[in-house]
Write a protein that binds this ligand. Structure first.
Ligand code: MG
Length: 252
């Protein structure tokens, strides 16, 4: 009996540790002084802070270069309609250079304890989205980061292409909030990544996801009350501009 109780207690402890909410720095830990959204320094800051993940946004320029920037604009230019050299000549808000996906992956490779969460942005045609997915997967493979990268997207087509073309075990979470957990499971996605407003309307989706083996990520959660709501309701990942506060609430 005593042995059984010890076993039960350790299993419970393991489950509790496994179930603890993890923190993903939205566009990197950009709030740290001197940094900016989607910069190499914001990724490095997240790695130094030790967050579970660091999110970034990927767009394809008019001449086919994958760059890390939210878009749609960089200064006065539309990122997807402008060539790389023109975009690169414009400094980012903190003076850093607009990073390519390759440069971002090189930084990710320096500390794989923090996963890189790649958001592939919507592009105008299915052909273009398919090409972007193919090229992102190839770049991640080149850096041997397949186990250290997870993917998110608003476009169902992008997510479907990731499921279809990614190696076995590729993690894909859908962002747009308009599919039920069952529908995401049917499409082969491994999780949902929904806005906090959507999740508060559908808190039942958290348990439904877990019963289906899907993960639950919530964006972009910055204030203390909503961070607490996510932790109390057992979401797996919080995507936040405020990773330091999220860590504090988690006792990290
Ligand atoms: Mg994003």
């Amino acid at each position: 009996m005593k042995r059984f109780l010890i076993l039960a207690a350790s299993l419970f402890a393991a489950t509790t540790i496994f179930a603890q909410t993890q923190v993903i720095a939205h566009r990197g830990y950009h709030a740290k002084e001197g940094s900016a959204h989607n910069t190499i320094s914001s990724l490095k800051n997240a790695q130094d802070l030790g967050t579970y993940g660091s999110e970034c946004d990927v767009n394809e320029t008019a001449d086919g270069v994958l760059v890390v920037i939210h878009g749609p604009k960089h200064g006065k230019y539309n990122v997807q309609q402008t060539d790389f050299a023109t975009l690169r000549a414009q400094a980012l808000a903190n003076g850093e250079t607009l990073p390519t996906l390759d440069e971002y992956l090189a930084q990710a490779k320096k500390n794989t304890a923090t996963k890189l969460i790649i958001e592939i942005k919507n592009h105008p045609t299915p052909e273009q989205e398919a090409r972007v997915v193919k090229n992102v997967l190839a770049a991640v493979k080149k850096y041997k980061l397949r186990k250290d990268v997870e993917y998110i997207g608003f476009s169902r087509y992008v997510c479907d292409q990731l499921v279809k073309n990614g190696p076995k075990g590729t993690k894909v979470a859908y962002l747009n909030g308009n599919l039920t957990p069952e529908q995401c499971k049917e499409r082969g996605y491994t999780g949902i990544d929904y806005n906090i407003g959507v999740m508060k309307k559908h808190p039942e989706w958290i348990k439904q996801c877990h019963d289906l083996g899907l993960t639950v990520n919530v964006w972009t959660v910055n204030d203390t009350d909503n961070l607490k709501w996510c932790i109390d309701n057992g979401v797996d990942y919080i995507t936040t501009d405020n990773p330091v506060e999220a860590n504090r609430l988690l006792g990290k």
